[in-house]
Design a protein around this ligand. Sequence first.
Ligand code: PEP
Ligand code: MG
Length: 755
Amino acid sequence: MRDPSAGPRVLLRRLRELMAEPLEPQDRLDRIVRQIAQNMVAEVCSFYVLRSDGVLELYATEGLNPGAVHLAQLKMGQGLVGTIAAGARPLSLSDAQSHPAFTYLPETGEEIYHSFLGVPILRAGRTLGVLVVQNKAQRNYRDDELEALETTAMVLAEMIATGDLKKVTRPGLELDLSRSITVEGDAYSDGIGLGHAVLHEPRIVVTELLNDDIDAELARLEESLDSLRISIDDMLSRRDVSMEGEHRAVLEAYRMFAHDRGWVRKLEEAIRNGLTAEAAVEKVQSDMRARMMHMTDPYLRERLHDFDDLANRLLRQLTGFNAKMQQENFPNSAIIVARAMGAAELLDYDRPKIRGLVLEEGSVTSHVVIVARAMGIPVVGQAAGIVSMTENGDSIISDGDEGQIHLRPVADLQDAYAEKVRFSAKRQEQFRALRAVEPVTRDGTKITLQMNAGLLVDLPQLEESGASGVGLFRTELQFMIASTMPKVEEQERFYRNVLKQSGGKPVTFRALDIGGDKVIPYFRAANEENPALGWRAVRLALDRPGIMRTQLRALLRATAGTELKLMFPMVAEIAEFRAARALISKEVSHLSRFGYDLPRKIQVGAMLEVPSLMWQLDELMVEADFVSVGSNDLFQFTLAADRGNARVSNRFDPLGRTFLRVLRQIVEAADARNTPVTLCGEMAGRPLPAMALLGLGYRSISMSPAAIGPVKSMLLALDVGKLRDVMLPALDDMEATYTVRELLSDFADANGIPL
Ligand code: PEP
Ligand code: MG
């Protein structure tokens, strides 16, 4: 009996020989199509390649008019070939001319061929071209012939991807695979990264396509599937996973797929047709991707992602890929491209070489984004389809200012960006030179510039930026990137480490500010309609004192013998501040009862970020050891404009008279009682608003480390007395036709203040 896989196996072996022979590229292509035609007993075999302008060009043919090579062209969606490419689906017809999409190209002389079998040439779900066989007689192609042609198409995909066709591509034209693409995403972390793409979970490039021994390959597949299933079971039984809803659901789906008989059968079939186990995985996955790409059902698309991940894991099992190899070939300027990623995984990379992070998913508040921002890495998120469009090593620009990604950018664009990066590096250089310069205004007022932080990775910046201390340490970040609630010892170790790395500069810790948009996966509060106004921060801490007391204990122990500076977020009533302070006293007596050393001094502050405190300013300034204005929240609540909602967050100006009056009232109340006041919201980090704050009377502000240089360079040139003289009266002039922002910017211009 005829072995249906013998044909494809012979063909694949012949193709392998042809690939290895020292031939001119066009000659090689001609022989390849001849070989395919012979093997498939077809009169015609044609090979079309997709160009970057969306045109499918005939690159080689056996049977059609040889003069049509490089001349016959079809647009995506045009004719049978264009239909196959656009739908990424094969087409099998016994009478091609009667198909509605049939387009007659006179130069090819194909009118005498009736039956037609065409398959897309796919790589990672992308269509790179089309492979066709034709016969004169009207006949129906069998399934095994279709399968054989698809397998052959993989070999051609590899040829296209490795750049073999460049030499036969006419000057000025480009293949689709190297097309430059711009993808719009969301800007999550400022800055521009220029470099080469590193796929976080790299697709394994399968180079050994053809097997020598079917049984041995089947056994390898079986073995790898077994280890894959075991590794999924392991992940499912891990403690941190079993608690989490979503993560668990994904893994459950993986487990189901890994046992899916249909999938395994397709893999085995591809191996029987002559592919290696790796190539079989790639082929089956590519087919599935191409077919599912066009689906709009979000559930199914999500499952496709899961299947992709699973296939990639299987490939890594089969090839024994290890992450070390990837690290060794890590480019000097790397832009990491991932579908999604955990924060810890980002920390595993060699930080100095990372220029950017691009995520297909993610949100501004996802942990990896928080960590990346802390590390000063530009991030673009929600970049649809970026993973499948990127090849490892592609040149790429990630623009975290505009939320754009330019993949394989043209030279002009690359030059423009390189210039931009050089310019900002030069400015950074100038700011670095100011590091050791005292922040004193031109008229001799000393200003305290501190930085905001939340992770250990932030702390080296204390030295680099020249900040005098940490004005806001957001302790919740550490809780957000952990997978379980950190125990008291862990927290203590962490805070000790923070203090050690701060090298004696003061650190103001903020007690846990969770709830609202700050989600901790292992602490699920009920769904709230208005989380920003909900059960959060100090409210939650007072209702569930266990969490807060653990944190206070850890902080007290970590600062034994030195000074603890601690503030509570989202205080709305003085009573809450008193209750929170009472918790500290409780912990102090608890610790001293058990013989622990205590801090030498404890300073307890309140954040002023809920407007109700404006009518309790006198009491607040007496009771709190210090006050820190959280202008991000204070602004959102004062103007009732959600800080996370782009449609309203820029609707009002923090430099408008209304909000500036609020800020002036706070600093005046603080000065009247000699209570230290700082402002630590985003306003403090931009030179113009920071100048306004100094004009109002603030003498201490805290900002992101990158902002210290620009703000310092502004204040060194500022005569703050002169500014007050023009600015303060303007706040009271509601009839004025000019805005305070305009006034400030004119003042800066007129006085040569860099902004
Ligand atoms: C603020 O609200 O201004 C602030 C500094 O705190 P966060 O941004 O963490 O809410
Ligand atoms: Mg806040």
